[in-house]
Design a binder for this molecule. Structure first.
Ligand code: GLT
Ligand code: MN
Ligand code: MN
Length: 389
């Protein structure tokens, strides 16, 4: 049993260099951990049993590195990957740290900033491709405003579309085979960020020149910051074949951007999420986009990383039990029972079906009197999660 909760490569657990590499700076306090090099972070991730490592261009190569420095860093990083067996499934661009991006990147009002953002992204895509990344994430952390006096929101969408269309063509022309995954967040670091939710991203994707190349990278914390049900966002993306990547972490509703260890706060929603990913057979990375509490040293960072994966695997086992629990499954069968009486009335539209349906006499009283037993079902779920079932 114990072994069952050990991470293995087939679980596809990945972390960003910026996650285990987070040094604990926050708006009120200085760093609490010494920075580790990318090579050291790869070894740390290997030690805890991760499968892969993802990065922003500047997590790996500093923004002001010379090309000789870049080559040395990439060489050392590749060697660390070889030594550890870790892979790089995803890469992304840092379009938010440098002051040049204080008013956004692709949506900046300054055409020079928009052009620089495209240049930086193309170079970063080259770097990601060189290290084997097949998913390219776009998180527009500063694509927004503090005041709507500053930017035209329609213009911002057009700029965003133009940038993504440009970069899709670049990926195609270079033969990189990237799938783009757009990551929404409602606010922080901007007062408001455009395309604030996964649902908004899904709508926007359909307006691009290559919608087939573009999907989403939903993050638990970001939908929770918006007060939304994360599972529902993930399900909508999945149902349209758009779940290209996922950022797992945790977050209390209504708080600042917490990026807690997966399952640290909303265990029940984490359970239904894991159950969904496992039930539908999601094949992508389980990427943890979170960081250790500011109270921790690097032993605590390892506890954090191990905790993310272990909680995922425990919840996966709970999901298996849920699917095999006779009482739970019995209730679900009852809830979903179909006596066939609506066959011929439900289904795709036809004039005949519509006519029949309009004439049908429903017994509203019977419909309303039906007991659904969701209380029992939920309590059984809670007991299973609490380990008494
Ligand atoms: C940043 C952000 C994350 C994004 C990362 C990718 S960087 O840490 O908070 O949600 O996924 O750019
Ligand atoms: Mn994220
Ligand atoms: Mn986040």
């Amino acid at each position: 049993m114990a072994n069952e909760y050990e991470p293995r490569p087939e679980h596809k657990f990945t972390f960003g260099l910026w996650t285990v590499g987070n040094i604990g700076r926050d708006p009120f306090g200085e760093p609490v951990r010494q920075p580790l090099s990318p090579v050291e972070l790869v070894h740390l991730l290997a030690e805890v049993g991760a499968y892969g490592v993802n990065f922003h261009d500047n997590d790996l190569v500093p923004i002001d590195a010379t090309s000789a420095e870049r080559d040395r860093i990439v060489r050392d990083f590749k060697r660390a990957l070889q030594e550890t067996g870790l892979v790089v499934p995803m890469a992304t661009t840092n379009l938010f740290t440098d002051p040049a991006f204080k008013d956004g990147a692709f949506t900046s009002n300054d055409p020079r900033v928009r052009a620089y953002a495209l240049q930086k992204t193309m170079r970063s895509m080259d770097l990601g491709a060189e290290l084997g990344a097949k998913v390219y994430v776009f998180w527009g952390g500063r694509e927004g405003v503090e005041t709507d006096a500053a930017k035209d929101p329609v213009e911002a969408l057009k700029r965003m579309r133009e940038a993504l269309n440009f970069l899709c063509e670049y990926s195609i022309e270079q033969g990189y085979g990237y799938k783009f995954a757009l990551e929404a967040k409602p606010n922080e670091p901007r007062g408001d960020i455009y395309l604030a939710t996964t649902g908004a991203m899904l709508g926007f994707i359909e307006t691009l020149d290559h919608p087939e190349m573009v999907g989403v990278n939903p993050e638990v914390a970001h939908e929770h910051m918006a007060g939304l049900n994360f599972l529902h966002a993930v399900a909508q993306a999945w149902e349209r074949g758009k779940l290209f990547h996922i950022d797992l972490n945790d977050q209390a509703f209504g708080r600042y951007d917490q990026d807690f260890r997966f399952g640290a706060h909303n265990l029940k929603s984490a359970f239904f999420l894991v159950k969904f990913l496992e039930d539908v057979g999601y094949q992508g990375s389980r990427h943890f986009d979170a960081h250790a509490y500011r109270t921790e040293g690097y032993e605590g960072v390892k506890d954090f990383a191990r905790g993310c994966m272990r909680t995922y695997l425990i919840l996966k086992e709970k999901a298996r039990r849920f699917n095999q629990d006779q009482e739970i499954q019995g209730l679900l069968a009852e809830i979903n029972a179909d006596d066939g009486s609506m066959t011929g009335l439900l289904g795709p539209y036809s004039r005949e079906r519509a006519t029949r349906l309009k004439e049908y006499q429903f017994d509203r009283g019977t419909l309303g009197r039906r007991d659904l037993r969701y209380e029992r079902l939920d309590q059984l779920t809670v007991e299973l999660l609490l380990g008494v079932r």
